[in-house]
Design a protein around this ligand. Structure first.
Ligand SMILES: Cc1ncc(COP(=O)(O)O)c(C=O)c1O
Length: 411
């Protein structure tokens, strides 16, 4: 059987379906392979270890959303309007709530009509945005390591990808100054986000200011992915809307997934320069209708009435972080505390020598039933790192650390 792989900017070609997976792996740079290999290994470990599997590999919280949010959704669910397609105009009430939240939170004015757009998750927004603003072959910059949809979005848009490697010795600060004048000149878009997944670095406002200044001088667009804006454990998370120039060339992506534990409801929003919001709106008009108004009703309650709710999440993740750092040290693999909630990120233990992060995580989950995320899933700079998501209660975290420690002794 033969299948056709269509993409206007790629040569149209025919290939046997058996060859499609490797052709796609090549096109998507191998990172999707890392996650699917881990998925297979976890499924196998689940069969083997059953409920003893401790999955710390997904940044998806174990905490419930606020009950006021689900109550508002439930109340709205029976309405006919919740089951119909939701056109852009019907998202206006939530866009007004967004603009009011932006004003209170950052002291920034955004027009809910032209500068705010609802998304089906910030992942969706960052993945579609390059399609809205780039021509095939345009240059786009991402951080390495970085969140997979940043790379995926550039690939979907057939962009040429410039990776900016982050280094622990720089405190994971993006070395924008290392870009040559030619590289700066050729860039059309930069996509990145702080607080940063996977390094769990909070970042600082002057990092974004530096990016915006460079963007201004070289006519580059800046897309800042900020779903963790409420999850800085030390200091204040940076925000692109506080950097001068966002109204000309910036767009920032926010989410309900992390701050209000609503990841499964798939709702988020972008705030940005009017032409960028309008371009993304156009692309999305071809791709999706908006989330149901029932889900929007819950999101409005979060913004209008539960702005401070994420504070309790910070306390919870801080406790878990400190607990896990101690448990890992006791297990013989000291892992440094990170200033951002939800994740730990560290180098592989020295006992594993030159083993890469994927081999390490595959063997770990197979032998112990504990799943961490291989750093290589976020880019080659993560090759020898792992990410641990603090998405289990403390006794489970202790057990995970003990199993890992016992396993390391056998190597
Ligand atoms: C940097 C980053 N952006 C986006 C997302 C996905 O957010 P959403 O659920 O809003 O799509 C995640 C989830 O882990 C993330 O880490």
């Amino acid at each position: 059987m033969r299948a056709r792989f269509l993409k206007s900017s790629y040569r149209l070609f025919w290939m046997p379906t058996s060859e499609l997976p490797s052709a796609l792996a090549h096109r998507f740079g191998g990172r999707s392979d890392v996650f699917s290999a881990m998925d297979r290994a976890k499924a196998e470990a689940r069969r083997h270890h059953g409920h003893h599997l401790i999955d710390l590999s997904l940044g998806c919280t174990d905490q419930p959303p606020p009950f006021q949010v689900t109550a508002a959704m439930a109340q709205q669910l029976g309405q006919r309007s919740s089951a119909t397609y939701c056109l852009h105009a019907a998202t206006y009430p939530l866009r007004v709530s967004v603009a009011a939240w932006i004003q209170r939170r950052f002291g920034v004015t955004a027009d809910p009509d032209t500068q705010v757009l609802l998304l089906v998750g910030s992942q969706e927004g960052t993945a579609h945005f390059p399609l809205a603003v780039l021509e095939p072959g345009d240059h786009g910059l991402i951080l390495d390591p970085g969140y997979p949809s940043h790379l995926g979005g550039l690939q979907l848009a057939s962009a040429r990808i410039q990776r900016l490697p982050l280094r622990p010795e720089d405190g994971w600060r993006p070395p924008f100054a290392s870009l040559s004048p030619g590289e700066r000149e050729s860039l059309r878009l930069m996509v990145f986000g702080f607080p940063h997944n996977p390094t769990a670095t909070v970042g600082a406002q002057d990092w974004l200011d530096e990016a915006m200044t460079m963007a201004h001088h070289h006519d580059i667009l800046v897309a800042h992915d900020n779903p963790y804006v409420d999850l800085a454990l030390d200091g204040e998370a940076p925000c692109l809307l506080r950097s001068p120039g966002w109204q000309e060339r910036g767009i920032e992506f926010f989410s309900f997934s992390k701050s209000w534990c609503m990841g499964g409801f798939r709702i988020a929003f972008a705030v940005g320069a009017t032409p960028l919001i309008q371009a993304l709106k156009q692309v999305k008009a071809w791709i999706d209708f908006n989330q149901s108004v029932a889900i929007q009703a819950g999101a409005m309650v979060a913004l209008d009435h539960l702005e401070d709710w994420p504070v309790h999440l910070r306390s919870l993740y801080r406790r878990r972080r400190d607990h896990m750092v101690q448990a890992m040290a006791a297990a013989g693999w000291p892992v440094a505390p990170r200033p951002m909630a939800l994740y730990l990120w560290d180098h592989l233990p020295s006992v594993v020598g030159a083993m890469d992060s994927l081999s390490f995580c595959l063997r770990l989950v197979q032998d112990t039933g504990v799943a961490f995320t291989p750093g290589s899933g976020f880019g080659t700079a993560g090759q020898h790192h792992v990410r641990l998501a603090l998405v289990a209660e403390e006794p489970r975290l202790t057990e995970a650390a003990q199993r890992v420690g016992a396993w390391l002794k056998t190597l």
